[in-house]
Design a protein around this ligand. Sequence first.
Ligand SMILES: Cc1cc2nc3c(=O)[nH]c(=O)nc-3n(C[C@H](O)[C@H](O)[C@H](O)COP(=O)(O)OP(=O)(O)OC[C@H]3O[C@@H](n4cnc5c(N)ncnc54)[C@H](O)[C@@H]3O)c2cc1C
Length: 745
Amino acid sequence: MERLLTIAPSLSTLPGDDVRQILWRFTDRYDIQMVAQSARTVARTSVAKLVAEGGRNTHEWTQGKANLLRAYDEAGITAAFMEPGEGGYLEGPKNLLLALVAFELAWVDAGAATGCLAGNLALAPIRERGTDEQRMRYLALAVPPAPGEPRTVYRGAFALTEPIPFVGVDTGVLGGSVKVASWEPGEEPMLQVSKRGRFITNMGFANFVTAAVDSADPRFKGSCMIILEKGDPGIWDRGTPTRKMVHQLSSTSDPVLDLRVPASRIVGGYSVVDGVIVPTFSHGEVIEAVFRRTRVTVGVMTAAKLLSAVEPVIRYQRGRFRGGDAAKPNSPRFEQGLQQKEDTLQRLIDVWAGGEAAASMGFSAARLFDTLEPLEKEKDAFLKEQGKTQGREKMKALDGARARALELLALGAHAEDTALGERRGTLEKDPLVRFVLLDSLANVVCPAVKLWNTGFGANLMREAVSLMGGYGITEDCPGFLGHKWMDAQLEATYEGPEAVQRRQLSVTMTNEVFLAQLRGFGRDLRQIASTRPGTGACTVATALEMWRWTLSYLQRSKDASGRKLYQGARQGVTFALADALCWLLAARALVLDVVELEEKGKDNAALAETLPGLAAFYTDLCHVLAARAAGEVGRICAELVFGYSQHPAWDEESCRGCFHSDELDALESFIPGIATGARTSPDVIEENAEHPAKAGPCVRLDDKMPFVRLRLKLDGCLTGARLAKDRAAEALTKVVIPEALDYPR
Ligand SMILES: Cc1cc2nc3c(=O)[nH]c(=O)nc-3n(C[C@H](O)[C@H](O)[C@H](O)COP(=O)(O)OP(=O)(O)OC[C@H]3O[C@@H](n4cnc5c(N)ncnc54)[C@H](O)[C@@H]3O)c2cc1C
């Protein structure tokens, strides 16, 4: 009988803008597309040329680097941060827009991206917490002047970090000080502000600084952020440039500032209570509002590097043996080069999958903040309307909203009923409920993006570099991959190193509103897995169940010496679990984007021919990442669940390994249960968690039994993951790439 041959759809070319716009949901945003295009042009011309000419070989602020600032101004990137009323040209939230600008610039050089966006970081305290007057003045002055307009553009620096032993990870130990210099009756107080900075970006040219300082005067209460200008009386010493090994296209130095300024420069203003100046916001409140958004952009930079590595590595691999006598044209060695070797392909697939997941998570976080921003304003207006203006009243109202948010999430499954449906409708319209739901997610995804994209991203960048052999660690490496590897480490460090993100996650990820939503994520992933098993969504869902079970177990368990496991000081537990969660969120983000590509790609005529191949390839990438995520989650959770009991001595009589033999035998009976899914859901497991403890020298599984079931189930969920990797790797040998990179080197 003749066999029917079907040719599997394959990736024909590298994904272009039409694919990215669907994945990251800005197909209909022409305004954003235009700005991203402008950023790309600057990146692949001015920035790439400067890097190729050795612009990174000095940490001094040079004319070549300064010219980039003008290029950003002319391309409209600088003014993209401002609202039309402030001199900008785009209205509304700009998180996705700025993330795309960062992505385009970091595709070539992240120092250029940082130099461009650090000005926004200096303005962000004013944008987020400044008074109306401060916003109007500084945001407008930071808009580049129109041609012929006699005005110097304001460029800012954000100064939080101080020389050792002061501010670093711990932002509370401020050495910078503020005192009352003079205060005439009926007049505005004048303040003496003293701030030494360490590693301050943009300081080589900034003409204003937003600085964090603490009171050194009984007439000034607490800390604040304050705006300092170059013309203020006193010392404005930019300091010596930092001898950086990374991001050399940005300017960094350790300034010394000692200036006299009016109290109206306190970000957010102040009031006078019993003769004491009381800032409206402490420096902590301001930086919290700022980093919440800007850290997402940093995470997107590392994603850009990973994705930018794909094309140069493929080109290098294919051309590796061409030119000599050893490989004749049309021979496999000539045509495929290093791509004949499975490992080179599979490692590149790991880099690609990691880059896609990082971008998916980063851009979805940026979009989330775009949605949250107006909601935050709606919430504030609603509370004001209700007369709830005091801190305690607001907190109480939000507590109530949290309870209603949980009610709404619980209603999800029963919404068919009319009465419940009506209640659901009411809750969905409640502005406080909508805010609380999104806010609890934002509090997790922002540190997750910063932590996973930059931390794991830096490790993956090393893999990309290694695929270029010795070339990878030279300045001549196509795509500047060696630079990008080192640069990724700075992205993991500034705006709070990984410890800061893990610390934040260890608190926010236990919020019950977040956890209830996470449960819903699991259900949604199972739904996706029922029609798209190739995405690995099932694997992610099971790993998610395992993570939830582990958190709940750790929260109620103690170690061998009776110490509570899940507590702030126990970073060995909380930080590890935070890392595991990031893997899950990254994998989920990629699954959702791939579903979007498959669904929306059909509406795009330009993709008609290539979509089947693209969708198949992305589905395989997704599966590869899902399997890796599941592996990480399984490893971390197993270490935490088992690692805090004493290891018994080996006893041949009663043990096999560390488990009691009757428990091991009992495990076999779980296997049929594993297949059904329902029996292993954490909730069912928790209910049935009681297993009588038996005496003996072995580790008793006891209440860990449900974990073992989940672990077995998770292993089974890896079915097909390596086939997906094989297929994706094979696609790399066929995909058509351009003749040369579209920027120098
Ligand atoms: C090129 C560059 C540009 C920069 N730009 C700016 C800028 O524009 N403005 C600005 O204000 N700052 C800037 N920074 C500073 C940067 O944000 C800090 O370096 C960073 O926040 C870490 O502070 P630190 O170096 O003092 O590290 P430390 O506080 O000394 O921490 C070192 C390490 O110790 C561990 N650690 C510390 N505390 C804890 C903890 N509580 N729990 C667990 N582990 C912990 C972590 O592993 C951490 O990475 C820049 C830095 C560089 C290198």
